[in-house]
Design a protein around this ligand. Structure first.
Ligand SMILES: Cc1ncc(COP(=O)(O)O)c(C=O)c1O
Length: 467
């Protein structure tokens, strides 16, 4: 519990028990201290946190009053949810009425069905073979390599391995490069499934905070030197969730840092084609251009074309590609041939579909921006030049509480703490712009209601019980 709480006391605060209660409240509401978890005795908590027993007793008393802790003499105490935190059945919108803001994933581009039809005759030829392409279908590897070359990084097909999505690349790279107890540098915030993958590899995420402008190369270098992580995981193209993109100068600096410290980096390029204000082929060169021996670029068709293809790729030196292919053999033996044929069709002439994808996302981004400005005028954000989401700064640290309350208003949204290695980030909320404008507007309207009720209930105790 002490570890989950992290830095729970506000700097200079004299209200330790209120801070401790707030920390526990967040853990319970967020589900990281699951309901029904037995809580240690007050004296043990006091010892673990290095505070007085009175402070813990006061915090527990407050939480008991809110229904977040239940105690029974002789049986101890456990975490609970107050009756009001569960929406009543008849108040809950039906699942079909819920607006899902948890996934930043667009539907397929229209050309996928046509590409599948065009791929069918090619499948017939493939059926005579065994269908195992451990490195990927040759025509697809070639088209992926061509796209890297067009983006300013000369690439041959031998430097490409086709995978089941870009997340698969991270899992493979972790298997190759990081063992139990090893450190892995990540940005904070970052893509939550990456944190889970690092933990699943029994490795330790080492977060480096993003700044309002994006990356702090000095902080990254210090962390690489002090923590000596075995590998870094970075999203430099329309970062999830902040939407930042590292410019060419920043890439040159970061590439130099990777070279100087000898750190391999998995660079997640899942969003690279989603350049909403420019031309992806005219963007800054891939980070691998600045540290060719150190970058393992992970790409994906999930956001550019369709997540259901479950196809991605890795681009690295041929030596790394061969080592990754060997590491992959213990996981699976290649990606499905038909889907690869479909993607090869789509990448044969990629521009029309990608243009359509970008145009649709521009409309949706602008609709979301307008909806947030209208319904949540106190929320602030940078309009991202690409990617799939708006990273909103809230007027108070209530991200988790909004996420919990939003369900009663018909919205699912991820609390921002999910984008952090150890929780926190309560002042932020990620809103994806992957749904039609009218759904986005309705979702934001509902979120505004949820936020208002959270902020009102925050204000109430202060008025009733001034301290
Ligand atoms: C940054 C990032 N990386 C990876 C993924 C997963 O991609 P894939 O479907 O290619 O595994 C996502 C999907 O949301 C993502 O946002």
């Amino acid at each position: 519990m002490a570890r989950l709480l992290g830095v729970w006391r506000r700097h200079g605060s004299r209200r330790g028990s209120a801070d401790l209660a707030a920390g526990i409240r967040m853990l319970v509401l967020e589900g990281r201290l699951p309901v029904g978890t037995g809580l240690p005795a007050e004296r043990e908590v006091a010892a673990a946190l290095g505070v007085s027993r009175t402070m813990v007793a006061t915090a527990w008393e407050a939480l008991r009053g809110e229904g977040l802790v239940v105690s029974r003499r002789g049986a101890g105490s456990w975490s609970a949810l107050p009756p009001g935190a569960h929406a009543r059945e008849d108040e809950l919108p039906g699942a079909g009425d819920m607006i899902d803001f948890t996934r930043a994933v667009p539907a397929a581009v229209p050309g996928v069905a046509g590409a599948a039809a065009a791929a069918l005759p090619r499948l017939t030829a493939e059926l005579a073979g065994h269908g195992y392409y451990e490195l990927g279908l040759p025509v697809l590897r070639e088209r992926i390599a061509d796209r890297f070359t067009a983006r300013g990084l000369p690439t041959v097909p031998e430097q490409v391995l086709v995978t089941n999505g870009s997340h698969h690349v991270l899992a493979m790279a972790l298997r190759l490069l990081a063992g139990p107890g090893d450190r892995v540098l990540i940005e904070q915030p970052t893509y939550p499934n990456a944190i889970d993958a690092i933990r699943a590899a029994h490795a330790l995420p080492v977060p480096v905070a993003m700044t309002d402008e994006g990356w702090d190369a000095d902080a990254i270098e210090v962390a690489l030197r002090q923590a000596a992580p075995r590998v870094a995981y970075l999203i430099v193209d329309f970062h999830n969730p902040t939407g930042h993109r590292l410019d060419a100068e920043g890439r040159a600096r970061l590439g130099a840092v990777l070279r100087r410290t000898g750190t391999p980096a998995v660079v997640d390029e899942t969003h690279v084609e989603l350049d909403l204000d420019g031309d992806p082929l005219a963007g800054p060169p891939p980070l691998a251009a600045f540290a060719p021996d150190w970058v393992i670029a992970a790409g994906s068709a999930s956001k550019s074309h369709w997540g259901g293809l479950r196809l991605g790729w890795v681009r690295a030196s041929t030596e790394i590609i061969n080592r990754l292919a060997a590491a992959r053999r213990s996981i699976d033996l290649g990606s499905p041939v038909f889907e690869q044929l479909v993607l090869a069709e789509l990448l044969g002439d990629p521009e029309p579909e990608l243009r359509e994808r970008r145009a649709e996302l521009v409309t949706r981004r602008d609709a979301l921006v307008e909806a947030v400005r209208t319904h949540c005028p106190e929320w602030t954000f940078r309009v991202p030049a690409g990617g799939l989401s708006l990273w909103c700064r809230l007027p108070a640290p209530v991200s988790t509480r909004i996420a919990v309350t939003a369900q009663n208003h018909g919205v699912w949204v991820v609390p921002a703490s999910r984008f952090a290695a150890q929780g926190g980030l309560e002042r932020w909320l990620r809103l994806p712009f992957t749904q039609p404008p009218e759904v986005l507007a309705d979702g934001v309207r509902r979120l505004a209601l949820a936020a208002a009720s959270v902020l009102d209930s925050r204000a109430a105790p202060a008025v009733l019980n001034p301290v």
